[in-house]
Design a protein around this ligand. Sequence first.
Ligand code: AMP
Length: 283
Amino acid sequence: MLVHKTEEVKNTVKSWKGLKVGLVPTMGALHEGHLSLIKKAKETCDKVVVSIFVNPIQFGPAEDYDKYPRTLDKDFELCTKEGVDLVFAPAPSEMYGEGQKLSNDTLTYVCPPFFYVNKLCGKTRTGHFDGVCTVVLKLFNIVRPDCAFFGQKDAQQVVIVKKMVKDLNVPVEIIQCPIVREESGLALSSRNKYLSEEGRKNALTLSRILNNIRACYKKGITDIEALKETAYGYLTDKHDLEYLEILDRNTLEEQEEANNDSIALIACRVENVRLIDNIYLGE
Ligand code: AMP
């Protein structure tokens, strides 16, 4: 069932009285990464809602909002194959009002704490996580799911959404799912479509760097600078590194030394496509 209107979603979900509802929020252009979240939701819940919404307020003015891939027909087909009960694909006007200026001058935004935002992706993507939290809370209020499914691929996003849910007492359980990769190691992303064949090869560097950091940690190196320095041998002039960090995976705090709670996170541009990836150093 494909639905564009908020009221219709609310009415449908209401008719599922007593059943456990799972929500998978996405921006569409679905790939196996998204499908893994949907599969997990199907396993865990009685009814599954997938939202498909390229959220304008989480894109900066110089980002790829206009050219972000939009493939609703194919996405709906994939969702139907997976047994999704409802696909919610609202227009921006349905979410934010007709002709509404999209800014925090005129709209209520959810602003996650500076400590979580002022690092990693938030450092260069000003306002991104305000946009994410705002749309995620709206989706939670529209769908009222028991559980919501997010990918570790966007590790900072999950930590921030969990923090929002805790701080605002939102009655939903956040379930994190592992990163799905191509056999080559490349983490699946809707943005991989922008890469040329050569770009895809250069993009493999991200997972190679992360795997090597993990291997070095497993060999006993815990000095964070030493672990980060192992990346330099992999980077070429085809890589525009934005950040490489090793932090506590639950709190995103800096650590004195790497331990089993550490996560290594990388963001790097290849052919001007911004790619992110991460890996847990412990199990
Ligand atoms: P997006 O459509 O990019 O906003 O992603 C929607 C959800 O799918 C987010 O929770 C992402 O973390 C998750 N996701 C995206 N790529 C992957 C992947 N390769 N493996 C697992 N989850 C993913």
